[in-house]
Design a protein around this ligand. Structure first.
Ligand SMILES: Nc1ncnc2c1ncn2[C@@H]1O[C@H](COP(=O)(O)OP(=O)(O)O)[C@@H](O)[C@H]1O
Ligand SMILES: O=P(O)(O)OC[C@H](O)CO
Length: 498
C-alpha cells in the first residue's frame, strides 16, 4: 500500500496528514502557530515557528500512522498563500518575520499604483488586483525597511519565498529554491500566460529577479527531503497553494466545476480549463494546480472575508452561543430569520462588491426579533455572500461560451453545518455536494504528490476516488430564491457609507 504525507501550513496552524492511496486519512497532527500584531492592520508569523511546528506535526502524524519514511511514496506541500518572507541564501536565516496575507501595511503603496493608472495592465498580465493582499508590495516593503536588504538582494544574497518555498528550502537542507505556479500566481509578479516572472511587473514593484524562486508545475519533481527530517529521504512531488489544492482535492478538474471552502472566510474557486479568462464581474483569475508535462490550467476565484467568522462573533462578541457547533440548533429553533438580514461587513466587503469601507449591519429587526433570528440571519449571510460569488462566476462562464456552474462541492470547518448547506443549495438552485473526505486541501497536495510518484496513473483515477458523503438538493422555488437574493443585495447597499 502506498502512502502520502501532506504538509498543510495554514494561517492559524500547521497540520500534517498521512493519506493512503485510496485517499483515506490514516493519521494527522496539528499545532497552532502564534499570530503577531505589531501594529494595527499588521499581521506577522515567525518563520522558525512555521518550520518547527510543521516538522513536529509531520513526525507525529507518521508515528501515529505506525509508518516509517520508507513507507511514504511522496510528500505534498500546501500552504497559506501570499504570505511573504526573505532569507539569507548563505545561512538560511530569515530577515525577520513573514508578512501574512491579511496584513494591510502596503495599502497606500498599492493605492498610489492604482491612482497612477497601472491596474488595467497589471490585471491583464496577472489576473489580480493591485491590492496589499498579494506578495509583491510586501516584498518591496521588506526590501525598503530592512537595513541593507535592497543592495543584498541585488547582489543575489537573499531569497524571497511564500510559505511553500520556505518549507521546500528547509526540507531540502537549503539546496532548493523553488515554488509552484499556483503560489507564484498570487505574487503579482507572475505572467499567467508565460508562467514566468515578468520584467515589467518586477520593474513596477522594484524587485530584483535574483530574489525569486524557480517556478515549477504543482505536480512535479521537487527532489527529496533530507534524511534527518523523517529518518530517510522522501520524494517531494506536489506543491500547491491551499485553495488551488482544495480545488484539486475536490476533483474539480474540468471547466465549470467549483468548490467553496467554508472556514473563517470562504474561498470559492471555479475551474476554467486551459483558458486564462478575465472576470467581468469582479473576480480574480489565478493558476489552478498544474501537472508536469500537461497544459496549464486556470481558475476564477472570489473570497468572502467574514464567513465562519460571523459564527465566532455570535460566540465571542454577542455571547449568544458557547461553541460554534451550537449555532445550528439555535438557528433551527425558528422557522426563518423573521425578516432579519445580517451583512457581516466587519472588514469591508470583498468580491464581487469590493467595498473596503462598508461596515456590518443587522436590519429588519422588529419587537419580535430574537437571538435565534439573528443567528439564522448570520448563517444565511454566509450562504448569501457565497451565492453572490457563484452567480458572478456562472455569468463569467456563460460570457466565455461555457455553461453555468451545475453543482457546488464544499469543505472547510463550517461545511458540517447541515442547515447552512441546505440554505446554500436553496439559494443557488443547484445541488451542494459534501465529500466523504473533507480534508480536501491536504488531499489535493497528497494527490499531486502521488501523481508524481506514480501512485496514480492519471486524473481519471482521482475523479474516481472522490466520494460524496451527502448531497443537499434545492427545495426552494427559483422565484422565492431570487426574491431573497434581491433583499440581500438591498441590505448590502445599506452597508456602504453614503
Ligand atoms: N457547526 C458550525 N456551524 C457554522 N460554523 C462553524 C461550525 N463549526 C465551525 N464553524 C466555523 O468554521 C470556522 C473554522 O473553520 P476552519 O476550516 O477550521 O477555518 P480556518 O481554516 O479558516 O481556520 C470558524 O469560523 C467557525 O466559527
Ligand atoms: O490559511 P487559510 O486556509 O485560511 O488560507 C489562506 C489563503 O490561502 C489566503 O489566500
Amino acid at each position: 500500500m502506498a502512502f502520502m504525507l501532506a504538509l498543510d501550513q495554514g494561517t492559524t496552524s500547521s497540520r500534517s496528514i498521512v493519506f493512503d492511496a485510496q485517499g483515506q486519512v490514516r493519521a494527522q497532527a496539528q499545532q497552532e502557530i502564534r499570530q503577531h500584531y505589531p501594529q494595527p492592520g499588521w499581521v506577522e508569523h515567525c518563520p522558525h515557528e512555521i518550520w518547527a511546528t510543521q516538522l513536529a506535526c509531520a513526525r507525529q502524524a507518521l508515528a501515529s500512522a505506525g509508518l516509517r519514511a520508507q513507507d511514504l511514496a511522496a510528500i505534498g506541500i500546501t500552504n497559506q498563500r501570499e504570505t511573504t518572507l526573505l532569507w539569507e541564501r548563505r545561512s538560511g536565516a530569515p530577515l525577520g518575520r513573514a508578512i501574512v496575507w491579511q496584513d494591510r501595511r502596503t495599502s497606500s503603496a498599492c493605492a498610489a499604483l492604482r491612482e497612477a493608472g497601472h491596474e488595467p495592465w497589471v490585471q491583464g498580465k496577472t489576473g489580480l488586483r493591485l491590492d496589499p493582499y498579494f506578495s509583491a508590495s510586501k516584498i518591496a516593503w521588506l526590501l525598503d525597511h530592512t537595513p541593507g536588504a535592497r543592495a543584498r538582494a541585488e547582489r543575489g544574497e537573499l531569497a524571497f519565498g511564500t510559505i511553500d518555498s520556505w518549507l521546500l528550502w528547509q526540507l531540502s537542507g537549503g539546496t532548493l529554491h523553488a515554488t509552484d505556479c499556483s503560489n507564484a500566481a498570487r505574487t503579482l509578479l507572475l505572467n499567467l500566460q508565460t508562467r514566468d516572472w515578468d520584467d515589467e511587473l518586477l520593474a513596477l514593484f522594484q524587485i530584483p529577479r535574483a530574489l525569486l524562486p524557480e517556478v515549477r508545475p504543482s505536480s512535479a519533481d521537487y527532489g527529496h527531503s533530507q534524511a534527518e527530517w523523517l529518518g530517510a529521504p522522501v520524494r517531494i512531488g506536489g506543491v500547491a497553494g491551499d485553495q488551488q489544492s482544495a480545488l484539486f482535492g475536490q476533483a474539480c478538474l474540468r471547466p465549470g466545476m467549483a468548490k467553496n471552502t467554508y472556514g473563517t472566510g470562504c474561498f470559492l474557486l471555479m475551474h476554467t480549463g486551459e483558458r486564462f479568462q478575465h472576470s467581468q464581474h469582479g473576480l480574480i483569475s489565478t493558476a489552478a494546480a498544474q501537472v508536469a508535462h500537461a497544459p496549464p490550467q486556470y481558475a476564477l476565484e472570489g473570497s468572502v472575508f467574514v464567513g465562519g467568522a460571523v459564527v465566532q462573533w455570535l460566540r465571542d462578541g454577542l455571547r449568544a452561543i458557547d461553541s460554534s457547533s451550537e449555532v445550528q440548533a439555535l438557528a433551527q429553533s425558528v422557522p426563518d430569520a423573521g425578516g432579519v438580514l445580517f451583512v457581516p461587513a466587519f472588514t469591508g466587503l470583498g468580491a464581487p462588491y469590493w467595498q473596503p469601507e462598508a461596515r456590518g449591519c443587522i436590519s429588519g429587526l422588529t419587537r419580535g426579533s430574537t437571538l435565534a433570528h439573528i443567528a439564522r440571519a448570520a448563517l444565511e449571510s454566509i450562504a448569501f455572500q457565497s451565492a453572490a460569488l457563484l452567480q458572478a462566476m456562472s455569468r463569467d462562464a456563460v460570457a466565455a461560451g461555457g455553461v453555468p456552474v451545475s453543482e457546488l462541492r464544499v469543505d472547510g470547518g463550517a461545511c458540517v453545518n447541515d442547515l447552512l448547506m441546505q440554505m446554500q443549495a436553496d439559494l443557488l438552485g443547484i445541488p451542494v455536494l459534501r465529500p466523504a473526505v473533507t480534508e480536501t486541501t491536504a488531499l489535493g497536495a497528497a494527490w499531486l504528490a502521488g501523481l508524481q510518484a506514480g501512485v496514480y496513473g492519471g486524473l481519471e483515477d482521482l475523479t474516481r476516488l472522490w466520494r460524496c458523503e451527502r448531497t443537499f438538493v434545492p427545495t426552494l422555488g427559483r422565484d422565492a430564491a431570487a426574491e431573497k437574493m434581491a433583499r440581500w443585495e438591498h441590505a448590502v447597499r445599506q452597508t456602504v457609507a453614503p
